[in-house]
Write a protein of this length. Structure first.
Length: 169
């Protein structure tokens, strides 16, 4: 086994689950998340030799995963537009056998899917990954201030939309 294969296998072992749970809240289904994880690892394999170590491997991998998720979401919007389908109709499809959360979790997930792509990614990284703003800024190539603003706006949208929901616990 070559050094590249060994290193790649270590990355797959250490980051597969983390990448899945990073992209899963951003996309609609388990299958989409699985496809994205595969795309991320293809990109990692392709560019592993060019990784210079200027950034932490974690940052590099999350940047790839985040960019792949953004590309996926853009393509999905284009396909939806070209097919004259409503994204909201897609978002209302909840036949996901891999999601078995409570009504509140399902409502939160639905509201996250309604956020604009960049707000969705910022919210997901902060809320689910509990990622510090400084690390997010490094991954997304933006400022801490703009990330805090995006997270606040996303949180307020979700809070406002969930305020009138009633849940059976």
């Amino acid at each position: 086994m070559t050094d590249k294969e060994t290193r790649f296998n270590e990355i797959v072992r250490d980051y597969s689950e983390k990448i899945y749970w990073h992209v899963r809240p951003m996309v609609e289904s388990h299958e989409d998340a699985d496809d994205l994880v595969q795309d991320v690892f293809v990109k990692i394999w392709t560019h592993l030799d060019s990784f210079r170590g200027d950034a932490d491997i974690y940052t590099w991998i999350y940047r790839i995963a985040t960019n792949e998720a953004l590309n996926f979401l853009r393509k999905k919007k284009v396909r939806s537009f070209l097919n004259f389908q409503s994204l909201e109709a897609d978002e209302d499809r909840r036949d996901d056998p891999y999601f078995n959360g409570t009504a509140a979790e399902a409502a939160l997930r639905k509201e996250i899917l309604r956020l604009p792509d960049k707000q969705r990614i910022v919210f997901t990284m902060r809320y689910y990954d509990e990622m510090p703003y400084e690390k997010m800024a490094e991954i997304l190539g933006t400022t801490v201030g703009s990330l805090k603003a995006s997270y606040h706006i996303a949180s307020e949208k979700i809070r406002k939309n969930l305020k009138n929901e009633s849940f059976d616990f």
